[in-house]
Design a protein. Structure first.
Length: 337
């Protein structure tokens, strides 16, 4: 009888165990959670722990820049979850790429690579005056010495893959000429500059009415002071300041504004331009254009730029093809805690 009772107790415990699991009353250990598979790349697993480690670095950085409360706020949690999805995609691409090292004849272990990693680590560390300053930066970005070296190693291997894939890429005279023709403003004897003003209003009819007044000779600055909803520039008669056309200064403006403003002639006023902020009327207060350098003077610089563009294109296309030919499964629903 005792033997039968023991068997029944054993059966009961098994049944109870299944019931507890099905009711989520048994929680996974942190180790089990970290080992949860969130993607498979040609059979190679990417774990939740790998994603969480990078997400934690991002979380630590956000906490240091936006305050500790941010990462527990609704916006912070959403940002971190979005980041996890992005990281998973990056890890998939990296895994696909690193799987090609043997095929490409690239060593992923050895004294030579270890020395490169140490040299890179020392180079980064040397940028800081003290050990404490360096350690503070590591902590801010969620790194340890070991994890930083791991990332540096992966980065060096990825660089070697890039070099191997793109070793035969060149730039042609035709490509160099086309780039030179399309980017004249970058190769002037002095940087071209443009001084801009604008009037911003909420509706198109008001903007058209103001444009008509300007065309009829009314003062732009006065109309900006009286009507522009951009209060910062309105007080200055709509003035937005002076910008270098060669260094990307205009990139701070939304695309619709930037495209129109960049080609205005000295004293010219644009038609009404719509952007996410409303309706603009843009004036070029002053423009200074300098002569373009001869191609021969800048050919080497342009050749390097075109070469890098061609290398990037080939590399990205190659990695895309590797991904297409791979068996990849993602389990994004497992990323959330």
């Amino acid at each position: 009888m005792k033997k039968i009772k023991k068997i029944l107790i054993g059966v009961s415990l098994v049944v109870l165990s299944f019931m507890l699991v099905s009711c989520n009353l048994i929680t996974k250990t942190p180790e089990a959670i970290a080992n949860t598979t969130v993607a498979k790349v040609n059979g190679e697993k990417i774990t939740k722990g790998e994603v969480d480690e990078l997400a934690q670095q991002y979380s630590d950085y956000m906490a240091s820049t936006n305050g500790a409360d941010y990462v527990t706020s609704e916006a912070g949690i959403e940002a971190i979850n979005d980041y996890k999805i992005t990281v998973l995609g990056q890890l998939v691409t990296q895994t696909v790429t690193l799987q090609k090292t043997e095929e490409l004849g690239i060593e992923i272990e050895g004294d030579e690579l270890d020395k490169e990693v140490q040299d890179k680590y020392d180079e980064i560390k040397a940028q800081y005056d003290t050990e404490d300053a360096f350690n503070q930066i590591l902590e801010q970005y969620g790194y340890t010495e070991e994890s930083l070296k791991d990332d540096l190693k992966d980065g060096l291997i990825m660089d070697k893959i890039y070099t191997e894939v793109t070793k035969d890429v060149t730039s042609t005279d035709e490509e160099i000429q086309a780039y030179y023709d399309a980017n004249q403003e970058k190769y002037t004897t002095e940087p071209n500059t443009i001084s801009l003003s604008h009037i911003l209003v909420a509706d198109e009819d008001t903007a058209k009415d103001l444009k008509a007044k300007i065309d009829a000779g009314e003062d732009f600055a006065t109309l900006a002071k009286e009507n522009s909803t951009d209060t910062g520039s309105a007080a200055e008669g709509g003035s937005l300041g002076t910008y270098n056309l060669a260094d990307g200064s205009l990139d701070n403006f939304v695309e619709e504004f930037r495209i129109v403003a960049a080609v205005l002639k000295d004293g010219e006023v644009s038609d009404v331009v719509q952007s996410q902020f409303g309706y603009h009327i843009i004036k070029c207060d002053e423009r200074t254009d300098y002569p373009v350098k001869p191609l021969e003077e800048v050919k080497d610089d342009i050749s390097a730029i075109v070469l890098k563009q061609n290398q990037d294109t080939l590399y990205n296309d190659t990695v895309d093809k590797w991904e297409e030919d791979s068996t990849i499964k993602k389990y994004e629903d497992r990323l959330s805690d």
